[in-house]
Design a binder for this molecule. Sequence first.
Ligand code: SF4
Ligand code: SF4
Length: 262
Amino acid sequence: MIEVLLISDKGGTGKSSVLKALQEIYYKEAIFADCTFSINYNKHTVISEEFFVDGVEAIVNNENCLLCGDCEQICEFNALLYNPNGIIINAQKCTGCSHCVFICPTGAISLKKINAGKILLTRNNQDAIYIYGIIQHYSHNSKRPVLKIRNKAFQFAIELNKSIIFIETLPGWDRLTHSLLFYSRMLVPIVEPHQFVFDFLEKVKEYSLANRIEVKLIINKSDINYEITSQIIKNYNFWEIICIPWNENQNSKISNYFVNFI
Ligand code: SF4
Ligand code: SF4
C-alpha cells in the first residue's frame, strides 16, 4: 500500500481540486483522507461517524450552589457569571483549568469532556470512499486530530482492500503535516509560482532526500508567473513536475493530468 501526502505552502493552491481529480481516476483502488477539517462533504452518503473529544469545560449544578461567588472571583478568564439565580458558565471563555472546581465548597462545579467534532467515513456518487473530520466546537485552542483520520484511513484501506491512500493536509510545513509525514511514501507539493515558494520547496527537498521519499511536484496556475515557474522547474528538475495552467484549473479539466500518476 502507498500513502500519498498532498501538501502546500499556503491555502488556496488547489489541493482539494487535485484530490478530486485523483478521485476521478483512482476511486476504485484508493481511499481519500481529508485532514483539513475545512470541508463537509454533505452530499456524500455517511457510512459511519465517530465523535472525538478535545479538552474539558466546567459545568455547574446550581442546585448545590450557595451563591458564595468564590468561583467567579478565582476564574482568570471571566468565564463565570454570578447572578442571583445561580452561576452561568461561558463555554467559549472556559479553558478547563479547574480552579473553580477546587475552590467550590459544595462540589457544585465539575469538568466535562467536550465533544469537539466528528470523523466521518463516507461514499460519494462515484463510489469513492472518503474519510474526513469536522469541528463542531471551536474552543480557544481547538485541536485537529489528523492522525486519527490517517489511522482510520489505513484501517479501512486494509478492510476494503485498497492499495492507495491519498491524504490532503492543512497548508504549511508545521507539526500537523509532520505528524503525517512519517507514514507517507510519496509527497505531492501543490504550489503556485510566487517568490516565497522556494523556502517551502527546500524543506520538502531536504526531508525527501533524508528519508528517500519520492516527490511529484504540481505547479498550479503555472502560467501566472512564467519566470518563477521556470526557476522552479530548473531548481527541482530531479522531481517529476506537472504544470497546470490557470485556465485548465478553472475549467475543472485537471484529472487528465493524473492518468498514470501512481
Ligand atoms: S475551569 Fe477555569 S476557566 Fe473554566 S470556569 Fe473554571 S476557573 Fe474559569
Ligand atoms: S463556588 Fe460553588 S457554591 Fe460558590 S458560587 Fe461558585 S458554584 Fe456556587
